[in-house]
Design a protein around this ligand. Structure first.
Ligand code: T46
Length: 131
């Protein structure tokens, strides 16, 4: 339901070039993107799961932690390299913490924004996982 993948990156004296292709590196077609920037260091985001949405989270600059909760185990995935991409595909609870002052988080998604695809209540999330 979630995994960390390494995107191809080429480093030379001109800098670092990172790239990926849909359906080859990113396992879905992209319909939407959004970015989180200027998040205060102590801010927390997310605190929901998605029912159908597939996402790819890439920290282009700085760092942040993503707490991933599959209903049984909570793990922290630290994103601190622009070549790391966190793919989340199933019903996974996520919380975003520990933003560095310069964090630029890019999220690619396979669907348009749909408020009905969100599960905001952790108890509802656990009930669905255990049903
Ligand atoms: C997620 C985490 C990692 C839109 O209108 N369009 C959009 O594409 C998005 C992402 C948000 N919005 C509106 C909905 C809310 O009224 O922006 C407002 C703030 O969104 P939210 O509180 O959901 O933001 P986060 O950072 O807590 O969650 C976001 C994504 O919503 C979510 O899909 O997985 O980032």
């Amino acid at each position: 339901d979630y995994r960390l993948i390494s995107l191809k990156n080429l480093i030379d004296e001109r800098g670092q070039l990172i790239f990926g292709e849909t359906l080859r590196d990113i396992p879905f077609e992209i319909k939407r993107f959004y970015c989180i920037v200027d998040a205060p260091i102590d801010s927390k985001r997310g605190f929901h799961a998605h029912i159908n949405l597939k996402q790819c989270l890439i920290c282009l600059k700085g760092a942040c932690d993503i707490i991933i909760d599959d209903g049984k185990i909570r793990r922290t995935v630290s994103l601190a390299k622009p070549s790391d991409a966190l793919i989340i595909e199933g019903e996974i609870w996520r919380e975003l913490h520990n933003f560095s002052f310069d964090c630029v988080l890019l999220v690619l998604a396979d669907e348009y924004y749909d408020p009905d695809d969100y599960i905001h209540d952790h108890s509802d999330f656990l009930r669905r996982k255990n049903a």
